[in-house]
Design a protein around this ligand. Structure first.
Ligand code: NAD
Length: 391
């Protein structure tokens, strides 16, 4: 008889930044006792202050009672020494994206936590395997990739490394569900599902601007008004911040041995160099706080359809490639894109609705026209063009 995986009762979150405090809230809300550790006392104070005000707003809106908030906060204990994490069943590391710093957290934990404790990382771009180097028990290490803001975004990518014990994976799948999240299992590959499959949403939009096919406002209009995406690629890059978005693209590209399919764009590099990082600096592709000075979109439905289908052709090709390389199941690829980046439809079902053959011919025409291997169709897309997987 299969046994039910043991739930986690005591957790430690390492790093009280944007992600750490959000993850601590998710776990405490699910009833776990959470130690929140940071090397800086200031960071802990700031994070807990932020959590107080977030929860205060939920009480004002009637979504939580004062008692529930009190109980939740009582379950989060700020700590300034990792030794206090000793009785944890799981530790989730969410410190800044630096391989040496993260490795040092995990090697320190080796001497602190008990044998049964699972060690997880929230890294976005480092391989889980690279973080197991030097630790005593790589079999208990795993990636748990939450999205920002963690309390609101449902998706968690569950990323075993080659060495992860299947029992640890099963335990994390059950735990993520118990925490009220949607888990998808993905191989330890660059960008996991979301940050890999979503790359063309940004890159192809910038390619079209570079070519002069359409301007920023028109592409954003096409993707939101015709495509139904919540934000157009340019408004979204401005929100994420070009420093972060460019770094993710560059990292994925380098980790795929400079595959042209992931090549970054000079347009964005120049924004980063100029310090036009988006909303946070008041200027990116648009001028902030208001976008009033930006040119109006050219609301041409035929052009809008060309823009949408071109970006979709690349996105669906990427989803097909993720499936072809067996990084995740088709269902998990669909779920990841609708819950991790709020795409209006799963890419495979969207591709089936438009017709895989049509998307394939868009890619082939672009490849022929430009000679750029960025547009090479994935073998799985060719198969789906012959026989749709959703028929
Ligand atoms: N911000 C996002 O949108 C996002 C989304 C998903 C995943 N991630 C990943 O989550 C992780 C954290 O990102 P963030 O945006 O929350 O970072 P952040 O810069 O907001 O916070 C990092 C925190 O870690 C603390 N810290 C640094 N070194 C430490 C150490 N050795 N021990 C304990 N605490 C330490 C810092 O004081 C800071 O409070 C990164 O790996 C990032 O790639 C970020």
């Amino acid at each position: 008889m299969p046994t039910t995986p043991l739930p986690f009762e005591r957790a430690t979150v390492v790093g009280a930044g944007a992600m750490g405090i959000g993850i601590a809230q998710v776990l405490a809300q699910a009833g776990l006792h959470v130690c929140l550790y940071d090397t800086k006392e200031e960071a802990l104070k700031r994070a807990l202050g932020k959590l107080h005000s977030t929860l205060g707003r939920l009480v004002e809106k009637g979504r939580m009672t004062q008692e529930e908030v009190g109980a939740l906060l009582a379950r989060i204990q700020p700590i300034l020494s990792l030794r206090e994490a000793a009785d944890s069943d799981i530790v989730i590391e969410a410190i800044y994206e630096n391989i040496e710093a993260k490795r040092s957290v995990f090697t320190s934990l080796d001497d602190v936590v008990a044998d049964h404790c699972v060690l997880a990382t929230n890294t976005s771009s480092l391989s889980i395997a690279s973080l197991t180097s030097g630790v005593k028990r790589p079999d208990r290490m795993i990636g748990l990739h939450f999205f920002n803001p963690a309390p609101l975004m449902p998706l968690v990518e569950i990323v075993p490394s080659l060495a992860t014990d299947p029992a640890v994976v099963a335990r994390c799948i059950a735990a993520v569900k118990a925490w009220g999240k949607v888990g998808v299992v993905v191989k330890d590959t660059p960008g996991f599902i979301v940050n890999r499959v979503a790359r063309p949403y940004y890159a192809e939009a910038m390619n079209m601007v570079e070519e002069g096919l359409a301007d920023v406002a028109t592409i954003d209009w096409a993707m939101t008004h015709i495509g139904g995406f919540r934000m157009g690629p340019f408004a979204l890059m401005d929100l994420i911040g070009h420093d972060i978005n460019y770094t993710v693209t560059e990292t994925v590209w380098k980790q795929f041995y400079y595959d042209p399919r992931f090549r970054p764009n000079l347009l964005q590099k120049r924004l980063v160099e100029a310090g036009w990082l988006g909303r946070k600096t008041g200027r990116g592709f648009y001028d902030y706080p208001s976008k009033a000075s930006s040119p109006a979109p050219k609301e041409d439905p035929a052009l809008g359809q060309v823009i949408l289908e071109r970006i979709l052709a690349l996105l669906v090709n990427e989803a097909a490639d993720a499936h072809y390389k067996n990084i995740a199941s088709m269902e998990d690829i669909e779920t990841a894109m609708t819950t991790g980046v709020n795409y209006p439809q799963g890419l495979v079902s969207w591709g089936a609705a438009i017709g895989f053959g049509r998307l394939l011919s868009i890619l082939e025409s672009l490849q022929q026209l430009t000679g750029d291997p960025r547009y090479r169709p994935c073998p799985r897309l060719r198969e789906w063009a012959q026989s749709s997987p959703l028929q």
